[in-house]
Ligand binder design. Structure first.
Ligand SMILES: [Zn+2]
Length: 212
């Protein structure tokens, strides 16, 4: 069952694998062409939701293993080019077909999805935006940013989030790489709470907007 369906886009969200990962299928309803976002474990769950959609690209949000456990099976079952943020290229199990940089657009049917480079969680982390729908990978979750490996990485992730994601329209839906959805209005509100408090200089890891 799609989580969103209108004249412009149909979005199916699939909960996959032991780490509560999400895979997504984003389709142009006029043409039935679409893209896949991320390839976690239990690839058969995603493949069984494809029905007769013509997949034009497989887009990876970032190179962490839990988003790639179904990579080989999905890329060998679906004949479509694979794209990933340039700086995460080396993390993929095999060479991608194309590299994605900030502002690139990927066309399918009458629609296109825009890449937003959001380094921090990984160097090549990329979010994908179509209309009022943002696929945020592990960069932005309900309640906080994705895990950061160092204070510098956290700074970078925060910069990505505040300059590129929280500046999107408030009504933008946010579909993360794990768990539940949120939206930009909630993220902005919670981030303001975080911003109003002082934090240790070395803050990083699992940060919560409301509790850190
Ligand atoms: Zn990750």
């Amino acid at each position: 069952m799609p989580i969103h369906y209108d004249d412009e886009v149909k979005i199916t969200k699939i909960n996959m694998g032991p780490y509560n990962n999400n895979g997504y299928i984003v389709v142009c309803p006029d043409t039935n062409e679409g893209v896949i976002i991320d390839t976690p474990a239990e690839p058969e769950k995603l493949l069984s939701e494809l029905h007769n959609v013509q997949i034009k690209a497989i887009l990876i949000t970032h190179g962490h293993q839990d988003h790639l456990l179904g990579f080989s099976e999905i890329t060998s079952s679906v004949n479509a080019p694979v794209g990933v943020g340039t700086n995460d290229t080396s993390l993929l199990p095999s060479e991608p077909s194309f590299l994605i940089n900030d502002g690139d657009t990927i066309e399918f049917g009458n629609q296109s999805i825009k890449a937003i480079s959001t380094p921090g969680h990984t160097d090549g982390s990329t979010c994908y935006l179509i209309g009022k729908h943002l696929f945020s990978g592990d960069t932005l979750f309900p309640g906080g940013p994705g895990k950061s490996r160092s204070p510098e990485a956290f700074e970078q992730e925060l910069e990505s989030i505040t300059s590129k994601l929280l500046t999107l329209p408030s009504e933008t839906n946010v579909y993360p790489g794990h768990g539940d959805d949120t939206n930009i209005a909630n993220a902005k509100e919670q981030y303001e709470v975080f911003r109003s408090k002082s934090h240790p200089k070395d803050l990083h890891g699992d940060v919560s907007w409301l509790e850190s």
